[in-house]
Design a protein around this ligand. Structure first.
Ligand SMILES: NC(=O)c1ccc[n+]([C@@H]2O[C@H](COP(=O)([O-])OP(=O)(O)OC[C@H]3O[C@@H](n4cnc5c(N)ncnc54)[C@H](OP(=O)(O)O)[C@@H]3O)[C@@H](O)[C@H]2O)c1
Length: 251
């Protein structure tokens, strides 16, 4: 299938590792000109070399921490400067920490809300005016599974992403812009390797994941690339799991 992505532009956050990196590579493989952003410049440079190696357009690198005040707006402005316009925004920067006790300091909750929701919303809103002007755009948010097993601060932040995305999709559909969320379920990445031992992963794969293993970032990236394409113009306001069947509820 021709995804009609050649010549489009994209800003991908969290592109230094894991899911964001795989999506960046997938888009570049379809001829998308990228701005790749994260804190670790050396990893972004390595990705840029890999993209050049597969014949993709040379990506622009933006070394940026999204946490400081105003970081989202600065990142959007820098990406506009480098790319001229932004057709596709992939929000993949994020992460979760171990479960919190009920008396955890407020800062732990605020930190997760800032990284996983507030900066995502701010970056998207700063990117949207150009998309609205050009009457075309794609916003893809990498969220998380919404089953709150314990007090994990990222869970309500990701739920906020789902609720905001839905509202936004209803607002900007008339401008040719779609907004979707992908819920990764145990996709092998830096944070997953850090949090779950090989023994835990094997046990969970056998007991809870119908396909019997953790997924690879590329297995999620293929959906993101499809959603980013003009071909996916009628899919918006959706929350789509890529989790090997881990999620237990049907709706
Ligand atoms: N893998 C899963 O199964 C899973 C499950 C649920 C949700 N998710 C979500 O999927 C997304 C991607 O995660 P991943 O699993 O691919 O994790 P990962 O390999 O740890 O990648 C996280 C990415 O986010 C970037 N990042 C983190 N904090 C940042 C900051 N303050 N400023 C700028 N960039 C920052 C990291 O880059 P630098 O460190 O270089 O800045 C990195 O590129 C996240 O939003 C995560 O919450 C993943």
């Amino acid at each position: 299938m021709d995804l009609q992505l050649k010549g489009k532009t994209a800003l991908v956050t969290g592109a230094s590792m894991g899911i964001g990196r795989a999506i960046a590579k997938g888009l570049a493989g379809e001829g998308v000109k990228l701005c790749i952003a994260a804190r670790r410049k050396d990893l972004l440079e390595e990705l840029a070399r890999e993209i050049a190696g597969i014949g993709g357009p040379q990506p622009d690198i933006i070394e940026a921490d999204v946490m400081p005040e105003g970081a989202a707006e600065r990142l959007a402005a820098e990406a506009y400067k480098r790319l001229g316009h932004i057709d596709i925004l992939v929000n993949s920067a994020g992460g979760s920490q171990p479960a919190l006790p009920v008396d955890a300091p407020e800062s732990k909750w605020m930190e997760s809300m800032m990284l996983n929701f507030i900066r995502v919303r701010q970056l998207t809103h700063a990117t949207l005016p150009g998309m609205i002007e050009r009457r075309w755009g794609r916003v893809i948010n990498i969220s998380g599974k919404s089953e709150p097993e314990r007090l994990i601060a990222a869970t309500p932040a990701k739920a906020a992403v789902h609720a905001w995305s839905k509202g936004l999709s209803r607002e900007v559909g008339k401008h040719g812009i779609t907004v979707n969320c992908i819920q990764p379920g145990r996709i092998m990445s830096e944070q997953i390797r850090r949090k779950y031992s090989p023994e835990f992963r094997a046990k969970q794969s056998a007991e809870e994941i119908p396909v019997g293993r953790y997924g690879e970032p590329e297995e999620l990236a293929s959906l993101a690339v499809f959603l980013a394409s003009p071909v996916a113009c009628y899919i918006t306001g959706a929350v789509l799991p890529v989790d090997g069947g881990l999620r237990r509820f049907a709706f």
